[in-house]
Write a protein that binds this ligand. Structure first.
Ligand SMILES: C[S@@+](CC[C@H](N)C(=O)[O-])C[C@H]1O[C@@H](n2cnc3c(N)ncnc32)[C@H](O)[C@@H]1O
Length: 234
């Protein structure tokens, strides 16, 4: 059995035993998915003149504890000024380390950075560490729990911009993710989802999205194999 196949078997048994654990740690493992960078305890990124430091915790938090390529590509897109964030109400979904939301805040957005309960202490500590000497930015940045399956009824407002990096991967959660996008948006909301299409199911989510939103592919990073989709409510 290849390494990837044995990992998949492990995931399946974890999934049967404890759905939450499998989702938190290893929802997909394929050749090249576990990058050497995931084992780096600290990574420093430079975008738009800002330096963002991310502590990583792959061992304990899995997918939520590292920076994915989709986040890096979305940060570059933000850096290039392709999304108007200044003064806007921004929501980041499935933020993981929060790097995208942190950059959006540094670029002048009023950002709500969200995650599932299990990743909240990690996310808060990364955001706080990057805003230590930036009280004005910290004052307009919120870190909040939003599990698409459990917490949506706590949210009533809509946002100007919704950002999601590498959030399309668990098919069971697709309906909840779609509902979340619908609830948090209105017709003027710009939604940007950056992702690598790994499986047929990822395409199925895009199809579900197209039923409710006008979706266009606005950016492709060929080297990283990451696409950014923009969605506007129909
Ligand atoms: C592949 S990681 C991407 C993390 C980060 N956005 C990045 O690109 O570096 C997917 C993220 O989605 C989050 N996630 C998965 N299911 C979720 C749910 N039901 N509600 C909220 N977030 C969820 C995970 O906790 C994880 O942080």
């Amino acid at each position: 059995m290849s390494d990837a196949a044995s990992q998949c078997t492990k995931i399946e048994s974890e999934k049967t035993r404890d759905k939450e654990v499998s989702w938190a740690l290893l929802p997909y493992v394929e050749q090249n998915t576990i990058l050497p960078e995931f084992y780096e305890r600290k990574r420093t990124f430079h975008f738009a003149g800002h330096s963002i430091e991310i502590e990583q915790d792959w061992q304990n938090l899995g997918v939520a504890g590292v920076v994915w390529d989709a986040a890096i590509v979305l940060c570059r897109y933000l850096e290039e000024g392709k999304i108007n964030v200044r003064g806007k109400a921004i929501m980041e979904l499935g933020a993981g380390s929060g790097i995208v939301g942190i950059l959006a805040a540094l670029l002048g957005g009023r950002v709500t950075i969200t995650e599932r309960e299990v990743a909240m202490p990690y996310l808060s500590s990364v955001v706080n560490a990057n805003m230590e000497n930036k009280p004005d930015i910290k004052a307009v940045t919120m870190v909040q729990q939003l599990d698409w399956e459990k917490d949506l009824d706590k949210y009533d407002e809509t946002f100007d911009v919704i950002l999601g990096a590498d959030v399309i991967y668990i098919e069971d959660v697709f309906p909840a993710l779609l509902k979340t996008l619908e609830k948090l948006s209105d017709k003027r909301t710009e939604i940007y989802i950056s992702c690598r299409i790994r499986y047929e199911r990822d395409r199925r989510f895009l199809q579900m999205l197209k039923d409710k939103f006008i979706v266009s592919k606005v950016y492709v990073d060929i080297d990283k194999d990451v696409r950014i989709y923009k969605a506007i409510k129909r």
